[in-house]
Design a protein around this ligand. Structure first.
Ligand SMILES: [Zn+2]
Length: 205
């Protein structure tokens, strides 16, 4: 009756089918080391494939979870609170799907509850679960908004992400300090300029 969203074990299971085993993945890292021009059998690099795989385990932890799950299990029914809830400056790390290079930044999340609110840490976990996959910033922004909308069914959702892309700052145009900003406004935040501006002002202050 609370519209609980279940995790998606079937879909996750499908994702992990056909996953290479550890030895294959380590060999792939050795291949990339050779491609970079170095010798994977050099002493300093011997343990690198193992370290890279362990790092991947953390960087891509989002594939092993359904971000909606954190919200669905923990929301509370409240009445009488109908002001926006804003969470400003949630730090995240993601990985761009074009270059597999780090995206680092912050997410600002707001929603206008009708009857359901969640602990603020749960919103941060949604950001984290969405971030820890291969991403493009625009899709990440939209996914966070749509998860919050579908589970909490608020009157509106606002998500703004500001991030730096290592694929821009360390190569190609080679410009550091450029921040890309994306936003997704749903419901009341889309329709009501006053509410939207209030949110945008609150994340700037
Ligand atoms: Zn990129």
């Amino acid at each position: 009756m609370h519209g609980l969203i279940k995790p998606r074990p079937i879909e996750l299971h499908r994702l992990f089918q056909g996953r290479p085993d550890r030895a294959e993945a380590e060999e792939a890292v050795r291949t990339l080391i050779r491609w970079a021009g170095d010798d994977p059998d050099r002493e300093g690099l011997l343990d690198t494939p193992d370290r890279v795989l362990r790092a991947y385990h953390e960087w891509f932890a989002g594939y092993a979870e359904d971000p909606a799950y954190h919200l669905a299990r923990t929301f509370e029914e409240v009445s009488g609170y109908d002001e926006p809830v804003t969470l400003r400056g949630i730090p995240f790390r993601s990985c761009c799907e074009h270059h597999m290079a780090p995206i680092t930044g912050v997410a600002h999340v707001g929603y206008l509850p009708v009857s359901r609110v969640v602990g603020l840490s749960k919103l941060a976990r949604v950001v984290d679960g969405v971030a820890k996959r291969l991403q493009v910033q625009e899709r990440m922004t939209a996914e966070i908004a749509s998860i919050i909308e579908s589970v909490l069914q608020p009157r509106g959702v606002a998500v703004v992400i500001e991030a730096e892309h290592a694929c821009m700052s360390s190569r190609g145009v080679d410009k550091q300090g450029i921040t890309t900003t994306t936003s997704k406004m749903l419901g009341a935040f889309k329709d009501d300029p006053l509410l939207r501006n209030e949110f945008l002002a609150s994340i700037r202050s």
